[in-house]
Each structure stands twice: as structure tokens, then as C-alpha cells.
Design a binder for this molecule. Structure first.
Ligand SMILES: [Zn+2]
Length: 385
């Protein structure tokens, strides 16, 4: 193959995190050359791939990292829940608000009533906010319509907005987010399995199927059947597991070869063991633990057991209205005994891996040239500030 000429060269890099090897792949003073939106070369000093048409970008001694990858977001919704935040501040719990008919159903009502244009605008604004914190790829879930046509519409919004936005979106179908009121439980589960999943898969609207396995949402048995249907339709699976109570969701996720088991605030030692023995990544969401006043997920136990760990914002209008993945890194480092190196991996290569992506989350030839230049003298500066 002809040696390619770089069309973009990033020079004067202070620290570079390639995320190659077991740590962060720290290099100092490197030059990153890109061509056609892909990384061409990482050279230890000034590169020689530049030609006459090459754009040179001066990193001014800053920190260069892969674009961050957020593996868990709910960016398509309408309305907002600041009143509920006030109730939480006054001491009400998530489950109390949920059982009183508030919480997620208020978002479902607003989302069902919103125009597609409005949903696209909100979704794009949420992606803008993620991008402002360095995110270039995110997973995004449906789950605020809870009926077939509405769920398909939310997935269409994720696909449409993701295709034209700088942030790439991996869409996940979350029809099993919660049970809509006044709908027969068995009928709804059957609708998810027999109507929604086949149509989502047939139209290629999502890569994954997610479910919320929790007291007040879906039982482990229902989740098991939904996952079986999703996998038969060719979708990957990921699970909201053990957020408030231990349902054996981690074990269930591992058994189904799930890409991820997310939340895990209440995971049991047996659940940790099952995840460690599997290929399922633990996606931890410190923003939700903070807002719901849950114990911090046991990141240290998971890491020490050998489980792969990623971190997400869980961006959603109820339990974690944040777009700051660096803040999640700070919380993980300061509250969950996660090292700075582990936190960096959790928002880059590990997050990419659990989304089935092998060309983002690292700075290596062939990967997408999704890069962030931080005005920071050291990689620890990002979770630090
Ligand atoms: Zn979630």
C-alpha cells in the first residue's frame, strides 16, 4: 500500500494517552498524524507524514486523549423534572416517587406528546453537552414511549440525530424500561418480545436491547424471556441491574453474554463473581448513585475480581441529569477507590469495547481520529479538576 499523506497533524503534544497496553499508554512529546478521519501514525517526536496540504494543529503542550466514550445515556426525552429533584432534596426516595406515579412516567407522558422535531432538538442538545465534555461516541437508549410506534420513533430520532451530529450514537432499544400503568403486565412483556423487538431488529434501528430488572420494573424471569427474544432477533443485550435491590441481574446478564451490566449499586458477591468470570462489562454510573443516594457501586471489588469496568453519565432527566463524564471520573476516583488510570480506561477503551466498537477509545493507527486536546498538563488533571 502507498504510504498515505497526513491531512492533519497534531504537534506540540504534552502528554498523549494512547490507551494501548494495560495502563493508559502514556507518551510524552508525541506527534499524531491523521488521514481521512483515521489515525495514520503516532510518532515519538515530530512526524514526517506531513505534506503541502497538511493542516497542522498546535496542542500547545496540552493533554491529547481519545475522544471519550459514554456507554450509558438516555438522551431522547421531553420535559424536565426539577420539581421531583426538590422532592428528593426534601428526602423522598426514587422508589417512593416512582410508586406515587411520578418519576419516569412524567417523562413518558411528555415524550409521547412531543413532536419529532422537538425530540430531535433535545437529543442534539444533549449530544452537544456531552461533546463539550470531550465525548465523541455515546450509547443512547429509547425507553420513554413504552409503546411500539413511540419506541420506534425514539430510535429513529437517535439514528437521525446521531448520523448528522459530531457525536456518534450507538442506539439501544429499551422498551422494557418500566411497565406503563393501566397495561396488563403479561401483555406488555409479550408486546416487547413479539412486536417491538422483531420490528426494531428488522429495521436495524438498534444494536442492543436493554431492560430494567428491578423491584417495581421487570422481574428476572421477564428479563430472561426478553433477552432470549432479543438475542434470537440478532440484537446484543445490556441490562440495568441491581440499582436498588439485588435481583440476580448480574448473574442473568453474564449468563446471556450481555455486553454490559449497568448500575450494580446493590450487586452481591455472587454477582461480582459471575461478572468476573464472564465477558460482560460492569458499567458504573456514579451520577445516578449520587442523585438517588445509593451506596457507591463497588468498583474496587469488581476491578479486583477481574471484571471489566466502564463509567457512564446515565444522562437522563430524572436520576442523573449530567453530561459530564469527567465528573464521573472524579467521583469514581474520590469515592469508589478507582485509580486515575482505571478511570481513564473506563471512559475510553473499556467503554468502547462494551459497545462493540474496536476503532474508538484508543489512539492507534486505523482508529477514528476522534481526539480531545485538554488544556491540562497531566492526565490526572482531568478527574482532579
Ligand atoms: Zn439508565
Amino acid at each position: 500500500m502507498e504510504p498515505k499523506e497526513a491531512d492533519l497533524v497534531i504537534e506540540n503534544v504534552g502528554q498523549l494517552l494512547t490507551m494501548e497496553g494495560p495502563g493508559v499508554g502514556l507518551e510524552e512529546g508525541a506527534t499524531v498524524s491523521c488521514a481521512g478521519g483515521r489515525i495514520l501514525e503516532v510518532s515519538p517526536s515530530a512526524g514526517d507524514a506531513a505534506g503541502g496540504k497538511t493542516v497542522k494543529l498546535d496542542a500547545r503542550g496540552g493533554l491529547v486523549t481519545p475522544g471519550l466514550v459514554d456507554p450509558h445515556t438516555h438522551p431522547v426525552f421531553a420535559g424536565q423534572r426539577s420539581v421531583e429533584f426538590g422532592l428528593k432534596a426534601a428526602g423522598k426516595t426514587y422508589l417512593e416517587i416512582h410508586k406515587a406515579g411520578g418519576g419516569i412516567m412524567s417523562t413518558v407522558r411528555a415524550t409521547r406528546a412531543a413532536s419529532t422535531e422537538k425530540l430531535e432538538r433535545t437529543c442534539a442538545r444533549n449530544l452537544d453537552a456531552l461533546l463539550a465534555w470531550g465525548v465523541t461516541t455515546c450509547e443512547g437508549k429509547s425507553g420513554y414511549a413504552l409503546e411500539t410506534e413511540g419506541e420506534l420513533r425514539l430510535l429513529e430520532v437517535l439514528n437521525t440525530v446521531g448520523a448528522r451530529h459530531a457525536v456518534d450514537v450507538v442506539p439501544t432499544f429499551l422498551g422494557a424500561h418500566t411497565l406503563p400503568p393501566d397495561v396488563d403486565r403479561d401483555e406488555y412483556v409479550a408486546q416487547v418480545m413479539e412486536e417491538m423487538i422483531p420490528r426494531v431488529a428488522q429495521r436495524g434501528l438498534a444494536r442492543y436491547c436493554d431492560a430494567y430488572c428491578e423491584d417495581g420494573a421487570f422481574t428476572p424471569d421477564e428479563t430472561d424471556r426478553i433477552f432470549t427474544a432479543a438475542r434470537a432477533a440478532g440484537l446484543g443485550v445490556r441490562l440495568h441491574a441491581e440499582q436498588f435491590t439485588d435481583q440476580g441481574g448480574a448473574e442473568l446478564a453474564a449468563r446471556h453474554g450481555a455486553a454490559s451490566a449497568d448500575h450494580l449499586e446493590a450487586v452481591s458477591p455472587a454477582g461480582i463473581e459471575a461478572l468476573a468470570a464472564s465477558d460482560t462489562t460492569a458499567v458504573l454510573l456514579p451520577g445516578a448513585a449520587l442523585t438517588c443516594r445509593c451506596p457507591w457501586p463497588p468498583a474496587r471489588d469488581l476491578l479486583d475480581a477481574g471484571t471489566r469496568v466502564a463509567l457512564g453519565t446515565d444522562l437522563n432527566p430524572g436520576s442523573s441529569y449530567t453530561s459530564s463524564l469527567p465528573l464521573m471520573m472524579s467521583l469514581a476516583c474520590m469515592q469508589m477507590q478507582v485509580s486515575c488510570e482505571e478511570a481513564w480506561r473506563a471512559v475510553t477503551c473499556e467503554a468502547a469495547r462494551c459497545l462493540g466498537l474496536d476503532d474508538v477509545g484508543r489512539v492507534t493507527p486505523g482508529c477514528k481520529a476522534d481526539l480531545v486536546i485538554f488544556d491540562a498538563p497531566d492526565y490526572r488533571y482531568v478527574p482532579y479538576q
